[in-house]
Design a protein around this ligand. Sequence first.
Ligand code: ADP
Length: 497
Amino acid sequence: MKVLYVCTELFPLLKTGGLGDVSGALPPALRDAGCDVRVLLPGFPPIRSGVGPSRLPRSYPLQLPAGQGPRVEDLGLSEPPVVHPATLPGSGLAAYVLEARALFDRPGNPYLDTHGDNGIRFALLAWSAACIGHGLDPHWQPDVLHCHDWHTGLAPLYLRQMAMPGPPPAASVFTIHNLAYQGIFPDSLFGQLGLPEYLFGIDGIEFWGQVSFMKAGLQAADRITTVSPAYAREILEPEQGCGLDGLLRARSAVVSGILNGVDYEVWNPSRDGVLMHPYDWDSLAGKVKAKAQLQRRMGLQVRRDAMVFGVVSRLTEQKGLHLVEALTDELVSMGAQLAVLGAGDIPLEQAFLRAAARHPGRIAVDIGYDESLAHAIMGGADVIMVPSRFEPCGLTQLYGLRYGALPLVHRVGGLADTVVDASAQNLEAGFATGFIFDEYTVQGLRTALHRALRLYAQPPAWARVQQIAMRQRFDWGEAAAQYTSLYRSLKPDAAHA
Ligand code: ADP
């Protein structure tokens, strides 16, 4: 089974969030599950400089025939775009890097639309995926294109259009990592995409008078997946469907949820290079030292008895952190500490910084992106807070489980699928792994906080829950097996790798 995995970020080369972690771990897991996987990435600077040379000798110039695919005159390129073979560091997987310097060789966040050309540059990425699907590399033609999030949404559509009128040579799977980010562009973009007029309509990729790349993926892919079973159900309803729930309901027979996993090579307290004193469920003394290490690093009072609440997150409305911010003074008055790492909405950043200024030594806030500090917080925190309004899967609660930083989460999406609430019944049965609240309000979060504080006051009970949490497994092998059987349902005759 040959699989082309198409994405825009991949840990450790480039990561802005969960998609980077997924793309770093899932392709090698698919290989281990028996797939012949290659990854297609746009040539952002950290990707170009991070990949290794390929054993494959050839590069492939992209064809841009008039009337099909992105219009060449709108790309603003002095040289034709080329797909270069490369090798991913670590996994050694084969990759293709789409080189179009004027479009991708830019500093900063890869999704910033600084030149107002995000539509056309991600259309080119999708076009290159479809070309590979149609045999651009004559030595390796995929059976399946596995596309991720809106940046790749046009790929399943181009794949179909290129094959008109017959069936496309490769099947397509489109995975939604976050339905809220849709890749919506002005209607004027449509004319630049090389798609037939009839596709600019409600049954095509038009969305309230604009162009939606997410909708293109949802319309054209053979299968749609998302990253947890609960989110797969939630997006069929208006509340979480972001305006696309009608289309998703119409396609519900091909929608499913496959839970993300954890890369336990990267997130593992027993051999985490950031922690001076590694630990595991049978050596929790190291966790006490990790707490002191975190407190020193972030300028918190070094106190073993202070319960430390941690946050590692994008600071956006989705993540529900305004609820945490509203409780900062209360947390401190209860003797707890708060360690926040994140960046995003300026008002929320400033509100957290003000809370830190009010409570020096008790609240520490680091505005920015810091992979090493993220590990230190998982190691040092007693509780990791993920009170998201919606959460397709969520990875930080899974990391919290592995590090014995018990997750405190809103009962939604992947959070509901992965955390077991410390109710009296679950505690007694030995199932509890964290704290869940239902009501998405400050009061809802407060009640869960109080429950966490009460359990923390009983060290043996707390340690028991920590040990159960740390033993949970969310293996990529399991997810890879599910994706592989999905691919096989589309291409039953594809050869085994
Ligand atoms: P999302 O993809 O919605 O941001 P996830 O929970 O799926 O949320 O994944 C977030 C990933 O990004 C995790 O690996 C988390 O550790 C990381 N992360 C988020 N914010 C930061 C930050 N400020 N610094 C370092 N890592 C961060």
